[in-house]
Design a protein around this ligand. Structure first.
Ligand code: SF4
Length: 328
């Protein structure tokens, strides 16, 4: 049995992964694989909480995300990669936890309020959407992990899981350890229009984008809005392209670009072209692996079947503990 501490995290299959997903989560997961016993899952039931009216793309997105994961460096040799809906115990634990979770805990969830406001075009007044933190708690504590890697804005999600685990233990005995928040470093990266990178804003650079698509997207990026003419000095601090340079370009060249921008020594078109080249080569290894897995869907499927079977073994053991504790 692995002596490493266990961690767990998941992603909803609501679209192909973009640079924000890579830098905000996936790259950290890849780096954590040697230190931790990692469980990573595709949260496909969670996609239903907000997208229940159009479930057509979920399966395709699920496959795309798995390919993105493998291409970015997650590997079944080091991590358990699985699909939530293939481990039915999640639904059973969700049901039991929903019996003990007070509704006001869910109503005060900041993401719930925020999403109801932001996604006003969807009817989110459903039991499933209100209760998604309970499903999330079931997903997490099922594997009794030491911790959950999250960015700072997601820490409240883990907090409600800890509260639900504590309440279960209070009623039924000590079954679940309370998972720790493992705060991960997430570099600043915005979409091409300088809003949060998101598929729904149509401002994302996807891991699956071709070099040509990346070049076109970079060419459309917002720069310093005060720099109207080539001869105007620019301010890299307010420029999205410069933020990307800081992530993908050698520090010496970044320093040069900063100086040249401030003195109007470089134009934005040239600056963008340089950045696009850096970004394209940084993503080249991912693109190569993508091609490999796209051509071998049976390998991808086998990885997910094996991962889901492995996760099911742990989930079955947990549910034996749960049923014994609840006496049902
Ligand atoms: S030169 Fe580069 S850093 Fe300066 S404003 Fe233009 S794109 Fe941004």
């Amino acid at each position: 049995m692995s002596q490493k501490k266990r961690i767990l995290s998941g992603m909803r299959p609501t679209g192909p992964l973009h640079l924000g997903n890579l830098l905000g989560a996936l790259a950290n997961w890849v780096n954590m694989q040697d230190e931790y016993d990692c469980f990573f899952f595709i949260a496909d039931w969670h996609a239903l909480t907000s997208d229940y009216e159009n479930t057509d793309p979920i399966k395709a997105y699920r496959k795309e995300i798995i390919i993105d994961w493998l291409s970015a460096g997650l590997t079944p040799e080091k991590s358990t990669l699985f699909v939530q809906s293939r481990v039915k115990e999640h639904a059973e634990l969700f049901l039991i936890l929903s019996m003990i979770t007070p509704v006001p805990w869910l109503e005060r969830n900041p993401t719930y309020k925020e999403q109801i406001g932001q996604l006003s075009s969807k009817d989110l007044s459903t039991f499933g959407f209100l209760g998604y933190p309970v499903l999330q708690a079931a997903d997490i504590i099922m594997y009794k992990p030491y911790g959950v890697p999250v960015g700072v804005d997601q820490a409240p999600h883990v907090e409600i899981t800890r509260e639900i685990a504590r309440r279960f233990n209070f009623f039924f005995g000590n079954v679940f350890p309370e998972p720790e928040v493992i705060l991960t470093r997430t570099p600043k990266i915005l979409g091409t229009d300088r809003r949060k990178m998101s598929k729904s804003y149509d401002n994302a650079i996807f891991l699956s984008d071709s070099p040509d698509t990346i070049s076109t997207k970079v060419a459309s990026m917002i720069t310093d809005p005060q720099r109207a003419r080539r001869s105007d000095p620019g301010n890299p601090e307010v420029c999205n392209v410069y933020d990307f340079h800081q992530l993908y370009t050698e520090p010496d060249t970044v320093a040069e670009i900063e100086q040249q921008c401030r003195s109007a020594g470089i134009g934005c078109v040239e600056c963008k072209t340089k950045m696009a080249q850096q970004l394209i080569s940084a993503l080249e290894p991912i693109r190569e692996k993508r091609t490999y897995y796209e051509q071998r869907p049976e390998v991808v499927e086998e990885i997910m079947v094996e991962g889901s079977n492995k996760a099911s073994q742990t989930a079955r053991q947990t549910m034996e503990d749960v049923r014994a504790a609840v006496k049902i």
